[in-house]
Each structure stands twice: as structure tokens, then as C-alpha cells.
Ligand binder design. Structure first.
Ligand code: CU
Length: 647
């Protein structure tokens, strides 16, 4: 239910309440004598380890990341809310935490006041600076010999609206890159590498703006509204909620939320004929990376880690019934922190509802026309984050057939560039005169701390193999499924091969099915299986190492939670999965964590302008030997609307 400031948390995986966020920052301030130059980046639950979760909760802790602007240093703190004291307070060398909301707002003001930036704008015919938008862009790799430890740098880009509320992304200021030190709030550099005319065609999507003549595309009036679709559940939804604990159909799970990852699912279990069997211990998005493939001066350095450099939880939308979500919705509020360490409420940040999902199973015996049909449903738990121009929806789907899907919806506004009128971009798609969307890719790393029917799991690669013609295949039709166990971290770095129907099976290491098979869940990569295209040695390749594989696997370790590393901003790369798996640990019978990568290869379409129709990419986890047979066999027959008799 909706948290209030009076919430008393009970379960050790309940997210921090607003009171606990305020208490956590107060403890650190008091015990470390912090001044106002210490800024709170993240305050989140310090999640108990799996071992600790087996015992009754004795100590509730918060994990805090701070940036001390004066000291130009980054700190981590663990505080005990139970003991009202600091457990640890550590400076983290060469670490830049994500850019905070406070920093974004301040640096826009500072840039607009800079005479070099103003001169560049005047050169382009812009004199009303109030219409300029300075957008947060991380700086890419800037922590090196010249900048050891790192000045805290961002490289925002500029756009210009033609009037308030108008879509400024239609008017990018090309070849203007500003570098800001966010600790000192100084403009370090303004690089202006040549004027390209600011595109003039409006690309608006707001009602009242887009109907004006000359908009791209041109629709001078709204279409007639369609008939109402109402989704009603007169008896209410089939789930129950207690705090963040959810029961729906045979599924049991806990909903979590962190400022960095946003929505997290904990302890996803399935009740199979009375026995609660674990499937996933913790499921989250561990990173997302968007490298651009355009070498232009203000384009090439667009290589951003939307989770590790900005944080998806802190950018979560408040969702609205009838707009973002239809039907019988349960909302969870989320709480993050401001930079003074006070709680910020994000009302309705997580939406949960159930959806009809068409046919679950069906058969008609053609001899006697005796038919049976059952409908499938899914529980949908989701949130949306706005990261500058782009908007991302992250949807977990749990189905009645025991399968799990993670779907990402990409929408919002493409990142744009300006080109000389009449020219065609080589590394992008023209969407309006003088305006283009550069090629880019989105890579999402999903972290699945697996627990398939128990703690020890194994990983296998499955693929189809045609049998050569010969005695074993006299008719030439034979093919088999090969199964190969991946036993080490290096062996488990895999790319997809859809032509061989390659999939990966996570199976319990200790038990077998009644028929002697594996008890498992299979990962099926979706159709989007692109690989990165940056050259080896480039910062894009180094920093986005996780994206070079569609699957990684590691044995569980507490601090291994992020595919590109904990402190991604400005770093040279080689962190995260690349570093974790360099140990080449065994994953045989391990407490297994798997890290599938989902790719969205984005060559912009004209239809993506001025606001993108949702593009979907997803990952499927299907029970494979987890059940003895169809787990939906016990569903009650459907009742037809026509005569009230069973289908
Ligand atoms: Cu895109």
C-alpha cells in the first residue's frame, strides 16, 4: 500500500521509508560532522545478504553515496538505522557518482551566463537565451593522466526553442560542446567548431502546437476520438498486496526500488501444488548504455550510461490512471533523496495490474468437436523513467504458464543533430529539413540472481545441430539439440546465434525431474541481438564492455551488481562484468547470477519524429523442466459470455 511518513517497515527487503531516508542522512551528518559541501547522491536500503535474510532481522541499514564538493571526493557510508550510528564511512578513490538533479539545474544556469557560450549563440542568431535548453550529457571518459581522480565533468549540449514549451530538440545547436566542472560549477571549456544553421522546421507534439502549419509532420487537426475502451474488473484484481509483498495466482514476489536501478523484484517464487519454489532471488536492470555511431564534433561523445551516470530510479515518472496504466491498478510510491539528504516522494512510481493475455491453451477434437480453451493472464509490474530526451518503460511480466518476461519500451524524443540544408547525413536519418537523428544503439544489461528450485544452479548452452548424412541420419532429416555446460566465467561469455536457435538453460544443480531431466528455466534472447559497432580501443568499446556479449554469468558476490561497474561516470572502462569475470571463477553448482544483454539497434526512422512510437525489446525466461507438464492444466474452464455454459 501507499507508504506514509508513519510507515513501520517490517520485512528486511522493504525499501527505505521517507523517515528512514531522513534518519540515515542525519546520522552521517552528525557523526561525520559534514558541512553543506557534502551532497547526498543516493540513499538506499543496504540490502541484507542472502545469509542474513535467513535469520530474523536484527539490524536495518542504509547505504549512502556522497560527493563532497569542497574536497572533490566521493564517499560511501553504511549506517545502522537500528543502532542510530555510522557503520562505515569510506572515501572511494577515482570514483565519480552519477550526476544529481541539483547539478543539472545549477549547470544550466551557469552555462547560460557564460560569455563564450553566449557568443556562440549570438553567432547562430540566438539572442533570447531564455529559450535555450542545456541538456545533461555525461562527459564520457575524462578521468585519465591529465585529470587523475577526476574533476567532476559534464558536457551538456544546447538546443533552442522558438517559444516556451515548444519542442527544443527540433533545433539542436550543432558543434557546440560545453564542459562544466560540477563541483565548482565553473565552465571549463566552450568548444565551438563551426556554425551549422539551426534547423527551422518546428517538430512539435503538444496539442496546440503540432496543428500549426509547417510542423513536421504536418497534421493541421486532431483526428476524431475513437470509442472508449474500459478495462474493468468488477470483482477487483486477483492480487493481494502487503507492504511491498505481492501474491498473484501462483506467483509470490517482493517489489523493490532503488534510486539507481528503479524497479527491482525480489524473491520471485512459484507455488506449485502447495510448495513454494524459488525461481529468481533478485531481478533488476543493472545498466543501460547508449553509444552513438556518428563521428560529428557534437555527436561522437554521446556514449551514455543512463543508469550508472544518471540513475533511473531518481528519474522515475509519477504514473496516471487512464493514461499510463489502464484497469485495476495498484500503485507503489517510491522515495528517493534530495542532495541535502531529505526524502523526495515519487507518487505512483510503480504500476501493477493484471492483463488478459489471450489464449493460454486450446484444443478441439475434430471428430466430436469437443473443445477446451483456457485464457492466459499476466501480472505487469512497471515503471517509466525520463532521461533527458528519451523515455524508457521497464515492464516485468509474470504469466500463468510460469514464464517471465522483461520488456523495455523505448519512446520519447530522439537525440538530434543539425546538418547543412540540402545535405543527407551519412551517419543518421534526415527527419526534417536540416535535422537528423544519428545512428545509435541501446544496450540493456539485466541482472538475474537466479535460484531455480534452490541455491545451486548450473548454466547450459542449448542449440540445434544438424546430423551429417550417414548411418546416423539415413534420411537426411535428423537434428538434435546439443547441450553444453558452461562451467567458468570465461566460458559463459556468449553471443546469440538465432540461426542455431541458441538458448541458455539455468538448471538446478542438485535435483532432476521425475523423467530424469533438468529442472530449469531457459533464456530466449529476443529478435534484437545486435552487437556494438565501435572499434576496439575506442572509449565506446572500452566503457561498454558488457555489451559485447549477450550473456555473462558470475557466482554471486555482494558488490557485483552493475554491468559497467559501480562508478561509471568519466571512467575509462574495463569495469563491471569485464572486471568481475577476469577472475574466471567457477560457476559449476554456483549461487548463479546471469547477466543477459538486450540490444535495441536504432537506425532512426522518419516516423520516429517528432516523438517516437514505442519500440519494444524483451527477454523471455521460460520454465523448461521446472514443471512436470503444463502448469495451466488446473485452470478452471472459461465461461462464455453467450450462454453461460462452459466453453
Ligand atoms: Cu534510440
Amino acid at each position: 500500500m501507499t507508504d506514509t511518513f508513519a510507515t513501520v517497515t517490517t520485512h528486511p527487503l522493504e525499501p527505505l521509508s521517507p523517515l528512514e531516508i531522513a534518519q540515515a542522512s542525519a546520522i552521517v551528518k552528525r557523526e561525520q560532522n559534514l558541512t553543506s559541501s557534502a551532497r547526498f547522491v543516493y540513499i538506499e536500503l543496504h540490502e541484507p545478504s542472502k545469509e542474513a535474510l535467513k535469520q530474523p532481522l536484527s539490524d536495518r541499514q542504509a547505504f549512502i553515496v556522497l560527493r563532497d564538493r569542497g574536497a572533490q571526493a566521493t564517499f560511501e557510508a553504511v549506517v545502522s538505522l537500528t543502532a542510530d550510528s555510522v557503520v562505515s564511512y569510506t572515501e572511494i578513490a577515482d570514483a565519480q557518482p552519477p550526476i544529481t538533479l541539483e547539478e543539472f539545474l545549477q549547470c544550466e544556469e551557469v552555462i547560460k551566463a557564460d560569455p563564450r557560450w553566449q557568443e556562440a549563440m549570438i553567432k547562430r542568431g540566438v539572442t533570447d537565451f531564455s529559450l535555450a535548453m542545456v541538456d545533461k550529457w555525461a562527459s564520457g571518459h575524462t578521468m585519465d593522466e591529465d585529470n587523475p581522480g577526476g574533476r567532476r565533468l559534464a558536457r551538456p549540449l544546447t538546443f533552442v526553442r522558438s517559444e516556451a514549451q515548444e519542442n527544443g530538440y527540433a533545433r539542436p545547436v550543432e558543434n557546440l560542446v560545453v564542459t562544466v566542472d560540477m563541483d565548482t560549477m565553473e565552465v571549463v571549456d566552450v568548444a565551438d567548431t563551426g556554425v551549422v544553421p539551426i534547423p527551422q522546421s518546428p517538430g512539435n507534439y503538444l496539442p496546440g502546437f503540432y496543428e500549426r502549419p509547417g510542423n513536421v509532420p504536418e497534421f493541421t487537426q486532431q483526428r476524431a476520438p475513437m470509442k472508449t475502451i474500459d478495462i474493468t474488473q468488477p470483482d477487483g484484481p486477483s492480487f493481494t498486496v502487503d507492504g511491498h509483498y505481492v501474491e498473484w495466482a501462483n506467483w509470490r514476489l517482493r517489489v523493490g526500488f532503488t534510486p539507481r536501478e528503479g524497479l527491482v523484484l525480489h524473491e520471485v517464487n512459484y507455488v506449485d501444488r502447495g510448495t513454494e519454489r524459488p525461481v529468481i532471488h533478485r531481478a533488476s536492470l543493472s545498466e543501460m548504455y547508449v553509444p552513438y555511431g556518428d563521428p560529428g564534433d557534437s555527436q561522437w561523445n554521446k556514449n551514455v550510461f543512463d543508469e550508472g551516470e544518471y540513475g533511473l530510479g531518481v528519474l522515475a515518472n509519477s504514473l496516471q490512471l487512464g493514461c499510463d496504466c489502464l484497469g485495476e491498478i495498484h500503485y507503489f510510491d517510491a522515495y528517493v533523496n534530495d542532495q541535502d539528504g531529505q526524502p523526495i516522494e515519487l507518487p505512483n512510481a510503480i504500476c501493477m495490474h493484471e492483463e488478459d493475455y489471450s489464449i493460454g491453451w486450446k484444443h478441439t477434437d475434430f471428430r466430436d468437436n469437443l473443445g477446451q480453451v483456457r485464457r492466459n493472464r499476466r501480472l505487469v509490474v512497471s515503471f517509466f523513467a525520463t532521461v533527458g530526451n528519451y523515455d524508457y518503460g521497464f515492464y516485468w511480466h509474470l504469466y500463468l504458464d510460469g514464464s517471465i518476461e522483461f520488456e523495455i519500451k523505448l519512446t520519447g524524443i530522439i537525440s538530434t543533430g543539425a546538418i547543412e540544408p540540402g545535405q543527407i547525413p551519412e551517419f543518421g536519418t534526415l527527419v526534417a529539413p536540416g535535422l537528423y537523428g544519428p545512428h545509435h544503439q541501446h544496450f540493456f544489461s539485466v541482472r538475474l540472481d537466479m535460484k531455480v528450485d534452490g541455491e545451486r544452479n548450473n548454466l547450459y548452452e542449448l542449440e540445434a545441430e544438424a546430423v551429417p548424412a550417414g548411418p546416423e541420419n539415413p534420411h537426411g532429416n535428423a537434428w538434435r539439440q546439443t547441450k553444453r555446460q558452461l562451467t567458468t566465467e570465461s566460458e559463459a561469455q556468449r553471443v546469440a546465434d538465432p540461426l542455431k536457435a541458441r538458448t541458455w538453460l539455468i538448471a538446478n544443480a542438485d535435483k532432476k525431474t521425475k523423467l530424469g531431466g533438468h529442472i530449469g528455466y531457459k533464456i530466449e534472447p529476443s529478435g534484437a541481438v545486435a552487437l556494438p559497432l565501435a572499434q576496439p580501443g575506442s572509449q565506446q568499446a572500452r566503457r561498454g564492455g558488457f555489451a559485447t556479449k549477450h550473456l555473462w554469468a558470475t557466482p554471486y558476490a555482494d558488490r557485483e551488481r552493475y554491468a559497467a561497474g559501480e562508478y561509471v561516470a568519466q571512467n575509462p572502462g574495463h569495469d563491471g562484468l569485464v572486471a568481475y569475470t577476469a577472475q574466471d571463477r567457477s560457476i559449476d553448482g554456483a549461487d548463479l547470477v546471469i547477466w543477459p544483454t538486450i540490444a535495441a539497434h536504432h537506425v532512426v526512422r522518419p516516423e520516429d519524429w517528432p516523438v517516437m512510437p514505442v519500440s519494444h525489446v524483451s527477454l523471455h525466461l521460460k520454465p523448461t523442466g521446472f514443471f512436470d507438464g503444463n502448469p495451466m492444466l488446473d485452470l478452471a474452464p472459461e465461461v462464455p459470455k453467450t450462454d453461460g455454459h462452459c466453453c
